[in-house]
Design a protein around this ligand. Sequence first.
Ligand code: SF4
Length: 252
Amino acid sequence: MRSRTPDRLCAEAVDVARDAAARAAHPQPLGAYLGAVAEGDRLVTHLFASEDPGYPGWRWGVTVARAARAKYVTVDEVALTPGPDALLAPAWVPWHERLRPGDLGPGDLLPAEDDDLRLEPGWTPGTAEAPEHATAERAQVTDVALQPGLGRRRVLSWAGVSEAADRWEETHGPRTPMAENAPGPCVSCGFLLPMAGQLRQAFGVCGNGYSPADGRVVSLAYGCGAHSEAARAPEPQRPAPPVIDHMGADPL
Ligand code: SF4
């Protein structure tokens, strides 16, 4: 159990600790003495400020110890440790969590993990055990199912669909500056290509080469200035000729 009161001889061994810290800190100078902490019975850590410009707020900790009934204090350990205001490196992020959208380049591979929450098991011809007598029916079902693309090992889960919808809504949704200044929503635009699947009632694909959203999935409530029914700009009105012409010169 850790003793609250530092051992007297260990607590007095500040010079021993300072020598050890100065040797470890060399060639940088050692900073001020910051105090002692009792680590256990006859075990005390003396702290000194680090003056190394690369380690602001760090401290040299020198742990000194003494054997029972011994008069001599020896250095147990010297370590540079961060203080409460120390400049620290950011928390470690595992490599597989560092990728961000857009990081993937040509030739890069990014297989989805087996437990990726965005995916769930899809329907494939071999996933269901069929009784022997049902083989013919199963082959027929397989043919029909493969046509709409059901022969995939995994498909988007509800979480994956929801994530995608949130992403698209954020970039091409009604609350974007482009949509807020558009003459009309995509749902009424002739350039909108309808989507298949469960998101078709909320999204489509823009097929207007002049729109910044060309080829992108857009919310039906999105819109841009290239809307097919955008009102034509009215012709500027010609001012009526002046009744008394004081603009031109009269020939004399
Ligand atoms: S042209 Fe504009 S309004 Fe029309 S579908 Fe594309 S983004 Fe929507």
